[in-house]
Design a protein around this ligand. Sequence first.
Ligand code: MF3
Ligand code: CO
Ligand code: CO
Length: 296
Amino acid sequence: MMKDKTFKVGRNDPCPCGSGLKFKKCCLDIGGVEPINLKKLYTQKYKIRFKKEQDIEGIKRAGRLVIDTLNLVEAEIRPGITTDDINTLVHEFTIQNNAIPATLSYKSYPKSVCVSVNEVICHGIPRKRVLKEGDIVNVDVTPILNGYYSDASKTFFVGTPGSEAKKIVRVARESLRRGRSMVRPENTIGDIGWAIQKYAEGEGCSVVREFVGHGVGFEFHEPPQVPHFGKKGEGIDLVPGMVFTIEPMINLGQRYLTVLEDKWTAVTKDGSLSAQFEQTILVTANGFENLTPFDL
Ligand code: MF3
Ligand code: CO
Ligand code: CO
């Protein structure tokens, strides 16, 4: 999703938990306080919607459909098919499974899936573009099943990849793995981005800043935002029951992007390859659970 400005509570502001005390005298200081207070703070201040057992079941079910859809697409990917063929596959399979493609009509987006080829970073609109030998293609799928959203994507090779394609897909995949491994209650949102940036830049690649991971489940894009860059310890603490995506977009060249005239398609400014993997992740008491559990 597109990054936007976040709201900060000042030390002397009234505490968002509703105690009537100043923030610094109340929840700012909670170091060891029970998660219940933190949940209240996050709900009221950051509008984070925590998921209960039954919600998690619903998101998981939608997550299984995402995986089945990605597997179906993977089996059909070959030189000669168009990005619109992928849209047809995803659209029909989603409907057959009693779900709705979340992207269709979302903020006027015209299609049922995002298909991003080579230098396209994200939000590629399916069209007549024909996939050719050596391309890489990200397919980003979000069904709504019984009211629950699950969001995941993978980058596939078309035919046999060259060395640049292999590299960027390897680094993007490992970036998600590294980010994900930071998810546990002692850590902050910033730890995720820190781990990704450190790894990806260490490999000589760059991290896109304009698009971030996001809370998901009841809606397509919920708070909090999850940047794929940043400093260790930055941002809010992770709390069990939070569900969000991690979806690093990694470029082989520089991180800068241009959005095309269709107002959606984001491409690398320098024309270099870009790859992405995305999963929907639940924070648990001792780590995380992957609600879109495909192997990375
Ligand atoms: N699935 C994308 C994400 O990961 C969002 C696509 S929104 C669309 O957040 F409108 F471009 F489809
Ligand atoms: Co997403
Ligand atoms: Co997505």
